[in-house]
Design a protein. Sequence first.
Length: 136
Amino acid sequence: MIQRIQTVYLIIVALLCGVLPFWLALWTDAAGAPVYAHQEVPVSVAFYGSALLALVAIVRFKDRKQQFVLNRFNMILHLFLLGFFVYRSLNLPGEAGASEKGIGMLIPIFSIVFLVLANKAIKRDEDLVKSVDRLR
């Protein structure tokens, strides 16, 4: 259902994970060439998997509990991806001219924020349905 706010949040997550990592450089290697997500297969699979999980959660709008669980799983995937980026950034050479971290490393953080907002909206909807059932 597009009129629900969690659907908007999940669409943002799908766009963040499905499009942006392939336009924004994740880091720059020692030669000065930018490294994108499609050049690193595990990173690419993780981003596509996250976008797919967000789209599946949108489709499962009738089952709010399953949507909540899918978002939690997506957050765990992003935490692993963020851990990989932190590990990778700590292993990059520290010289100023040799390499630099890219803006694409922040995508998992923004995605986690939107997933948390979506889960709060799902929880609010679930509480609303439970309160209406009590009145019957």
